[in-house]
Ligand binder design. Structure first.
Ligand SMILES: [Mg+2]
Length: 408
């Protein structure tokens, strides 16, 4: 006899207008009192809106819109910059609260966290999932001052869609929680347009509309085979399952690495600055490659040197923003090495570069999606990732540093 599989119980906690909430809490430029609030860009209209309060959204303001356009639609709005550090700190604080309820918490972005509550029924004395979700919501609010909406169901997809229905501006009566009971996924999905289903982007929507498929209900009329004939085998069967709420992606906890490091003991002690810099840059590239492969970003960069007499010294720099690129990590490492060498200049036996204060990369991408401030630009990140792809395909040596001058 086999034990039946427990029914999956997945929740998504999604912070409501997260950046705007955080901006209100730390209150730059009177943001705390501003009903109409735009986060991102400046009052002179430069930059892009990252987030807007729900009141401002009623004027047609959307994230990703140039701040100048948003101010034309909503001239009385207060504009504040993105409080990135505070957002990152609050996001981590939310995760810590959620981890009190289940060990399996997966931050999907800075303001969205999945929780796998499967098998916790006993732990919560058979409490219904919506009651547990309400307690989670309360705990997050009490401990972090951030309001989240929680959606739930048997899959990630259902939880994600349910969280939209829990949003206070959409459904004030929902109390911030919307759970789809097992078995009701199909009926729930029927209430959506295909454009609302994650994974169905604008181009795909056009293709579907040309086939007369606009709502989920339209698509539910057709067999897998028909959808496959129209859309190809893979896409057809993907859509068939998707519109029935099927999603096999598990919720996965990310292991928190403390640091990543690379070091090298030399066969012969190195004394020339030129040689040390060359070795250092090689180590910095390797460490930053490791960082990106593990999808982390780092705020603290440390350079370690062991002198001929075994005296080990190190120097660190913590940046305002987490970074991932070779360029920034290499240039910071080099500056740190120069400081170490200025203090004591004797032949060295070992060099090391270590990256710590790690944050998931998704979070960094999201925080810097619309901004080009900080030590690292979107171009730096794109370039670093392009280099990784080439190296993956053609091997490490395919793209070395031409000369160090190219990089600084
Ligand atoms: Mg959100």
């Amino acid at each position: 006899m086999t034990t039946p599989e427990p029914t999956p119980r997945i929740l998504l906690a999604d912070a409501d207008a997260f950046y705007a909430q955080v901006a209100r809490l730390i209150d730059p430029a009177g943001a705390g009192r501003a009903e109409l609030l735009l986060v991102g860009g400046s009052a002179s209209g430069r930059g892009v809106v990252t987030s807007a309060s729900y009141a401002a959204r009623k004027f047609g303001v959307r994230s990703g819109m140039p701040t100048a356009t948003a101010l034309r639609l909503c001239p009385d709005a207060t504009v504040v910059g993105v409080p990135r550090r505070a957002c990152s700190d609050r996001s981590k604080a939310i995760v810590r609260v959620l981890e009190n309820f289940t060990p399996v918490v997966e931050p999907a972005s800075i303001d969205e966290m999945y929780l796998d509550m499967t098998g916790t029924e006993g732990l919560y004395g058979g409490e219904a999932l919506d009651a547990t979700a309400s307690r989670i919501r309360r705990a997050v609010l009490d401990e972090t001052e951030i309001a989240v909406s929680i959606g739930g169901g048997t899959t990630r997809l259902v939880a994600k869609l349910a969280a939209k229905r829990a949003k206070p501006h959409r459904a004030p009566e929902a109390g911030g929680v919307f759970i789809v009971p097992p078995g009701e996924e199909g009926a729930f999905l029927e209430t959506f347009q295909l454009a609302e289903i994650p994974g169905i982007g604008p181009r795909f929507q056009e293709r579907l509309a040309a086939l007369g498929l606009v709502s989920v209900t339209d698509a539910l009329q057709h067999e897998t085979r028909t959808l496959q004939q129209w859309l190809g085998e893979r896409t057809g069967s993907w859509l068939y399952r998707r519109i029935r709420g099927v999603d096999s992606t598990p919720v996965e906890q990310r292991e928190r690495a403390k640091s990543l490091s690379r070091d090298e003991t030399f066969a012969v002690d190195l004394d020339e600055d030129r040689d040390l810099v060359r070795e250092l840059l090689r180590l910095a590239d390797r460490a930053s490659g490791d960082l990106r492969r593990h999808r982390w970003a780092a705020r603290t960069i440390t350079v370690k040197i062991r002198d001929r007499d075994f005296k080990t010294r190190q120097k660190s720099l913590t940046l305002d923003e987490p970074v991932i690129s070779d360029r920034v990590i290499a240039s910071v490492s080099r500056a740190l090495l120069e400081q170490l060498r200025a203090k004591r200049r004797v032949p060295a036996r070992l060099l090391g570069v270590s990256l710590s204060n790690l944050t998931p990369q998704e979070e960094v991408d999201q925080l810097s999606l619309f901004e080009e401030e900080g030590p690292e630009t979107g171009r730096d990140r794109a370039l670093a990732r392009a280099i990784d792809r080439v190296r993956e395909k053609y091997g490490r040596s395919s793209l070395g540093r031409g000369s160090e001058q190219d990089w600084f």
